[in-house]
Design a protein around this ligand. Structure first.
Ligand code: GLY
Length: 372
């Protein structure tokens, strides 16, 4: 078991990582369930899959604590992050009589967590919520740090709020049912932590990625705990991404976002897969600038490829050129005027924000990478 504190003044919270934790939600979240002791039902939001897999177990654990859940179940996938579903969810919370001191429970992947977090940011001008992430990506990234959002016509995650959870409960055992491809996509975010700030962790991942991907308990828990510890430290230093600290968590995301946009944000390329290839491109571009050795760029590429993630652009079979990919980047929410901060590498474990990147040079680089 590991408990990692996200040390934010006035709203610090714990991330608890423990196999079997989901079936002990009643005791693990006791503090945040107390307001329901009078007989009101505990609001739980899940998607159809997490509801089918885990609702009965959660219900019986809550019953042992004299509590019962009321469920709001959304369809799986990004379509749940819409104004329409947000409206239905907030109406449901208000109908349940949720108060500012209540906590809503989000049981699912990043979509459920982002949706519930945003609903709780605005319901009654802010009520509490507890994250119970069920995908590797949500466990190591989106459930911690308080970024919440929905998608709109203009793009993904453009409407949202910073709203920190009160508690994050991570049960690595739930990953046993996670589809292989999603497991690998989540693993990209784990590699991200090694690349951006922890060379020793990257060394460990090079040796142990197979164990993590095979869901070996000790390796998996170590990978999740190390990732969360780094994210917690970064979020505590720069909660709202106003300094360059939290921006480091976007390593691979600017290239990745362009690839996701080019593939229509579809199953053709999952977010984690786009980030994986985005990190390869960031490493290779850093080498092109002479800031990263080609040996280290090869190591970054090798770790991504060894995890069965896309590690070169031709493998995507895109029918576009570098300029078209750069066009997608201009719509990135991190774009400021005509420039875009790029997350680049000076070494394995040393990422930094480059503000002097010429987008024409990025397009030329991508033209080479597209046929390499
Ligand atoms: N996923 C990046 C962040 O939380 O800042």
């Amino acid at each position: 078991m590991a408990v990692i504190r996200v040390a934010l003044a006035g709203r610090a919270y714990d991330v608890v990582i423990e196999p079997g934790l989901l079936s002990r939600t009643g005791s693990a979240a006791a503090r945040f369930l107390a307001s329901y002791a009078g007989g009101r039902k505990v609001p739980f939001v899940a998607d159809e899959n997490t509801h089918r897999l885990y609702a009965a177990g959660v219900e019986s654990d809550l019953a042992a604590h004299g509590l019962a859940a009321e469920w709001f179940v959304v369809a799986p996938g990004e379509d749940a992050k819409t104004w329409r579903v947000l409206e239905a969810l907030t109406d449901w919370l208000l109908a349940l009589g949720v108060t500012r001191s209540d906590h809503v429970f989000a049981l699912g992947g990043g979509v459920v967590g982002d949706l519930v977090g945003f609903a709780c940011a605005i319901a009654k001008r802010g009520c509490g919520f507890v994250q119970i992430p069920t995908t590797l990506l949500a466990q190591v990234d989106s459930s911690v740090g308080g970024k919440t959002a929905i998608n709109t016509k203009a793009g993904k995650n453009l409407i949202g709020a910073f709203h920190q959870p009160a508690l994050v409960l991570i049960d690595p055992l739930v990953l046993e049912t996670l589809p292989e491809r999603e497991m690998r996509a989540g693993f990209a975010e784990v590699v991200k932590y090694g690349l951006l700030g922890d060379a020793a962790f990257f060394d460990w991942l090079e040796v142990n990625s197979n164990k993590v991907l095979a869901r070996e308990p000790a390796a998996l828990e170590h990978a999740i705990a190390t990732s969360i510890a780094m994210k917690a430290a970064i979020v505590a230093e720069d909660e709202r991404e106003t300094q360059d600290r939290r921006a480091l968590l976007n390593l691979g995301h600017t290239f990745g976002h362009a690839l996701e946009a080019e593939t229509g944000f579809s199953d053709r390329l999952l977010h984690g897969e786009a980030v994986a290839l985005g990190m390869v491109l960031a490493a290779r571009y850093s080498a092109r600038r002479g800031e990263l050795s080609s040996a280290d760029a090869d190591r970054a590429t090798g770790a991504i490829a060894a995890a069965g993630l896309p590690a070169n652009l031709p493998s995507l079979g895109l029918a576009c050129d570098g300029a078209q990919l750069v066009d997608h980047m201009r719509h990135d929410k991190k774009a400021e005027g005509t420039t875009l901060p790029f997350l680049l590498l000076k070494g394995i474990g040393t990422a930094y924000v480059a503000r002097d990147v010429d987008l024409a040079d990025i397009a030329a680089f991508l033209d080479i990478e597209l046929v390499a």
